[in-house]
Design a protein around this ligand. Structure first.
Ligand code: KIV
Ligand code: ZN
Length: 391
């Protein structure tokens, strides 16, 4: 079966940078954009050009340096926004304007204070205007997650008629459950005239911890583009974590879907973005957390030492981590101690291991983790000999 190519749209520099405390300097944004380009993302949303002169300038500079990816600028369905976005993108090899408007009743009544018909008029006018500057225009139906499907289909049909190339279905508030989001995408695939000519995009927020699950449900239902950020940073509880979606598609849907991402760069780019933004990656974060490939309980360690796949579904090398780590704690067993001792040059005989293990448990009860330095000291003390490599 031929695989469907899923496009990865990165919004680390736009939705990600909206996070309080994550503001980046222009230089940092440019380096991140270059790294995203090398990673193989299809689209880089470089910013929201009308929002500030600084953002305008960053989008323009990023547009100049990005070699492969499409560079995208966000705008509201407002003519001035669109003009400014087009101007910021004028040096991009592949420019895209991302414009849109709220479509849920909540947004129409409370935020826009208008009518559904007026929203359609504004959406159409925005896409038409954006098309006068660039060929590639993505339309977002903000709060699509809570938008009535029939109305959403009407809006999309109209913007497709005037040339939208991608239609983005944001679950702006992270409200949907995976089966609901998947059903929404399927409804659009089945009911919007012209939908086969454009790409449907997912853009899922993580308010209920479902951003990744919803994005995957969207792809399974027919979406061809996934919007995401490195480490899942984004408004409130965050956006969809790119590394999670890409690894799910690779490992669980590898026979149906493919992306252009070089997954071996995930660990490094995750750390880089985290350092630049000062946003710590939680240790238990899937794929890129410090503990994602670390084993500390004796039963798991014994299994992994014998055969990695007993407790790991992904080879860490695939995401740029050298190897799985065996962490020595008071929950570790003899197998782990022997393994780690060997790594630092102590090939322990059975009797030596018994002696060392008794001492190790005492140390481990006092320390959270017995690191290489402590282990070396412990072994030298209790065995009264240096490591074999030192002989
Ligand atoms: O979450 C959202 O709806 C957005 C849009 C601007 C695409 O970020
Ligand atoms: Zn968003």
């Amino acid at each position: 079966m031929e695989k469907t190519r899923i496009h990865i749209f990165d919004t680390t520099l736009r939705d990600g940078e909206q996070v309080p405390g994550c503001k980046l300097e222009q230089k940092q944004k440019i380096i991140i954009a270059k790294r995203l380009d090398l990673l193989g993302v299809d689209v880089i949303e470089a910013g929201f050009p009308i929002s500030s002169p600084g953002d305008f300038d960053s989008v323009m500079k990023i547009a100049k340096v990005v070699k492969n990816a499409t560079v995208c600028g966000l705008s509201r369905a407002v003519m001035k926004d669109i003009e400014v976005a087009a101007d910021a993108l004028k040096y991009a090899r592949k420019p895209r304007i991302h414009t849109g408007i709220g479509t849920s009743d909540s947004h129409i009544i409370h935020k826009l204070r208008t009518t559904r018909d007026n929203v359609i008029e504004r959406a159409v006018a925005a896409v038409k205007y954006a098309k006068s500057f660039v060929e590639d225009v993505e339309f977002y139906a903000e709060d699509a997650g809570r938008t009535d499907n029939e109305f959403l289909a009407r809006v999309l049909e109209e913007v497709i008629k005037v040339g939208a190339t991608v239609v983005n279905i944001p679950d702006t508030t992270g409200y949907c459950l995976p089966h609901e989001y998947g059903a929404k995408i399927k409804y659009l695939v089945d009911n919007v005239k012209g939908i086969d000519k454009v790409q449907i995009s997912t853009h899922c927020h993580n308010d209920l911890g479902l951003a990744t699950a919803n994005s995957v449900a969207g792809v399974v239902a027919g979406a061809l583009q996934v919007e995401s950020t490195i480490n899942g940073i984004g408004e409130r509880a965050g956006n969809t974590a790119m590394e999670e979606v890409v690894m799910i598609l690779k490992h669980r849907y590898g026979d149906r879907f493919e992306t252009g991402i070089d997954t071996t760069q995930f660990h490094d780019i995750s750390r880089f973005v985290s350092d630049q933004m000062g946003m710590v990656v939680q240790a238990n974060k899937a794929i890129v957390g410090d503990n994602a490939f670390a084993h500390s309980s004796g039963i798991h360690q014994d299994g992994v030492i014998k055969e990695r796949s007993t407790y790991e579904i992904i080879d860490p090398v695939e995401v740029g981590v050298n190897k799985s780590s065996i962490i020595l704690t008071a929950r570790s067993g003899r197998a782990a101690l022997a393994f780690r001792a060997k790594e630092i040059g102590f090939d322990l005989m059975k009797k030596e291991l018994d002696i060392a293990y008794t001492h190790f448990l005492e140390w481990a009860d006092r320390m959270k983790e017995v690191n290489d330095e402590a282990l070396r000291q412990l072994l030298e003390e209790c065995l009264s000999r240096p490591a074999s490599s030192d002989w």
